[in-house]
Write a protein that binds this ligand. Sequence first.
Ligand SMILES: [Zn+2]
Length: 294
Amino acid sequence: MMHLISKKIVTLATACILLSSCGQLQSEKESTNINSSDPSITAPAVTDTNSSANQTGTDSTDSEGSPSNNVQEQEPEAAPELQYHINKAYNVVPNEEGINKKVVLLTFDDGPKDQDMVNGLLDTLDKHRAKAIFFVNGYRVKANPNLLKQIYDRGQIIGNHSWDHIDLKKENAENARKQVEDVQQIVEDTIGERPRFFRPPFGSGNDQLHQIAKDNELIYMTWSNGSLDWDSKNKNKPEAVIQNVMDQLHAGSNILMHELPWTVEALDELLTKLEEKGYSFVDPRTISVAPEAP
Ligand SMILES: [Zn+2]
């Protein structure tokens, strides 16, 4: 009996030692590399991609191919708590003290276009256990409803990027509303859920568009870290896409990317680099309406 008790004590003591050394390691890890928040790099450009996103939809890059082997063993996911919001500079920030600030939001615009590219993005996101918002255009969803379903079924988040990818600032209220609401409808018809996020094409909006988003309970955002993957000078240059994001990296970065072959190719290395810098990927489902909405 005594023997058994003392054995238990030894086991307990060992467990304590192990636990405390783990804790130390963890806090050491966390203490490195904090504080890369640079509020100066926040101004969202007013140039989303345009036709450049349409150029060469061909998948020259199948290289991300299949890191998907152990994708299946994802643990069942609980309904996520609302912990973050999008601030006026379109950064992702915690709703209250004590929540990790050192996060980035991953977004992919202008799809869904292409099975191989969608697979590549999804596989890499799974590999890094990351969630992203796919801001889709209605006309693309209409052409590729199955791609939308795949994105959704694999746990990623669908956002509204208007039906036609036109400059909504130039449209009258009725047209602009239709551009937004038709996407709400086709997404709901396709996956059974309406988007919670809206990003205007080219980042171009006005009060009218903010109101339309609000009427549809959409959280409005442009971005705060542009990968410039849409820019022709970065075409076929995954390294440039990575560099552009890393150059602008700050806590809460809302990273604008597109469904483009060189972005698919860049993603694995980009996410690895972000992780190495100590950043986590925000689950978009934890993003709420801003506490004091305008
Ligand atoms: Zn776009």
